[in-house]
Structures are given as C-alpha cells and as structure tokens.
Design a protein around this ligand. Sequence first.
Ligand SMILES: NC(=O)c1ccc[n+]([C@@H]2O[C@H](COP(=O)([O-])OP(=O)(O)OC[C@H]3O[C@@H](n4cnc5c(N)ncnc54)[C@H](OP(=O)(O)O)[C@@H]3O)[C@@H](O)[C@H]2O)c1
Length: 282
Amino acid sequence: MTVTGATLVTGATGTTGSRTAAALIAAGHRVKAASRRAARLPGAEPVRFDWYDPATFGDALLGAERVYLVPPVGDPDPAAVMLPFLHRARTAGVHRAVLLSSSAISEGGPGAGAVHQALRGLFGHWAVLRPSWFMQNFTGTHAHARSIREDAVILTAAGSGRVGFVDAEDIAAVAARALTAARAPNADLILTGPEALSYDDIAAVVTEVTGRRVTHRHLTCEQLRDRLAASMPLEFAALLAGMDRAIARGAENRTTDTVQRLTGRPPHSFRTVAERELTRRR
Ligand SMILES: NC(=O)c1ccc[n+]([C@@H]2O[C@H](COP(=O)([O-])OP(=O)(O)OC[C@H]3O[C@@H](n4cnc5c(N)ncnc54)[C@H](OP(=O)(O)O)[C@@H]3O)[C@@H](O)[C@H]2O)c1
C-alpha cells in the first residue's frame, strides 16, 4: 500500500506525539502536528487542535488518512470528546487510527478503555498501544524527574514491585509502524522495555549515570495518596497511589516482544535512555 495522505498526530508537543511525528517525518511521511499550542516540528505542518473545541476538528482532519490519538490529559472520561471526533474523522476519510492507552487499562476499562473498545468498530485498520510506564518519567517533566533533580529521591508506594519501563522512542517507533505498515496490527499491543526493573534498580542506574546518589523512598499507599492530593483532586491521587499498590503486587512485572516484533530491533534499556537523556542535562 502506498502512503499518500497525511497522518494527523495529536499530542504532537508531548512525550510520545513529538517522537511519533519525528519518526514518521524521518520515514518520509506527511505529518500534521496537532496540539493547542502550535507544534513547531521540523518538516511537519502545525495545526491548532483542542479536544474540547470541535471547531478545530475540520482543519485538523483536512487531508488526513491516519491519526495518532493521545487522549486529553487528566480527563477521567476521554471518550466523551474523542468518540464524536472519531466519527467525524471516519466521515472525513481517515481509515487508520492508533490510540495511545496504557498497560494498566484494558479494553472497556476506565479512561481510554472506552475509546479502545470503540476503535475496532470505527476503523478497518487500527491499533491500541498499551505501554508500560515511560522511562522518560525519570528524565523529562514528570514528578519523578523533578524530585530526582530537586531532592535526589524517587517517592513511590510500589515497594519492590517491578515495571517493564519503556522508552518513548520505542513507543514512537511502534506507533509509526502501526500507522504506516501495509498491514495494520488490528490488535492491542502491550509495550515494554527489555527488562522489568524495581524503583530501587532505577535509582541505582540514575546514581551510576549521573554520579549523584539518588534513592528510592518507600511510602505506604496512604502516604503517597496524601502527598499527591496536595497538587491534584483526592480521587485522582488515590487512583495513582492504587496503581503503585498494583505494581507492588506484581501487576507490571513482565516484558513483551512487541517492540522487537514491530520494529525489527530490540527495545532500549533504561541505562541507554538515562545515558542519552540525563548526561546531556549536566
Ligand atoms: N507516563 C507514563 O508512564 C505513561 C504510561 C502509560 C501510558 N501513559 C499515557 O500517556 C498519555 C500521555 O501521553 P504523552 O506522554 O505522549 O503526552 P504528554 O507528554 O502528557 O503531552 C500531552 C499532549 O497532549 C496535548 N494536549 C493536552 N491537552 C489537550 C487538549 N485539550 N486538546 C488537544 N491536545 C491537548 C499537549 O499539547 P498542548 O498542551 O500544546 O495542547 C501535549 O502535546 C496519557 O494518556 C497516559 O495515560 C503514560
């Protein structure tokens, strides 16, 4: 199949959207880079797009055949705004959709789970990416990256539980394949890095790579919830703390071969990502 029309990348200024747009452009595809702020990505056509403003949908969809979907951040019911958009996208000629969800959310589950459930009925070609926790949580603007920079500490209620942390570059590489390969996956894909690591392991690698001692402080679920509630609604704080409890019980202790299978190369290790993204900050 020849890829001619544009790919609309939502969340194009974000962690996975910016990398997905860059991967598509590098492979010679036309990209419309959508977000509320104009996304200035070399080689992409910026388009203003707001999930909560349907007046922005028409320009975004003009000429688009495929779409990468990053749900509106922090919205407990993203389907309410995403499903009307997806119906419109289909009418406008979009025939392939790739949704970013999470390893912790299954089809029909909360949040993006309802969009996941609807996707296969809306598009003949589709995929749902369900990555584990991002390695960039320790290198970007996430609370863990900030507490590492400010206090040399990682605070979790995950105990010694392991997580198959994944590089956002690998998520983007899979997204670009799922969007443009002759055959769409037509499946949901759990994405992990090459190994499942505890937060103690992460702290040890950050310490080695940066030369600054970083520790993992083990909190109880309630301690973490109360800390988080200082900066977000209690309900959301309890949800995040509950995810750490699930990790402590082993829910994320797995690796998959998805990155290797879709991209033909192994996923990056946390050490590789830390060396790439933490050493250049010093
Ligand atoms: N962090 C993890 O460990 C992890 C693990 C698994 C899954 N996830 C999932 O990853 C998703 C976040 O993806 P990400 O990290 O790629 O994004 P991100 O870095 O959080 O960026 C969010 C993007 O969405 C755009 N955006 C925000 N509000 C918008 C709105 N109302 N309308 C249109 N665009 C809007 C932002 O740009 P503007 O501000 O310019 O609009 C930005 O480009 C979440 O759904 C989360 O559940 C995260």
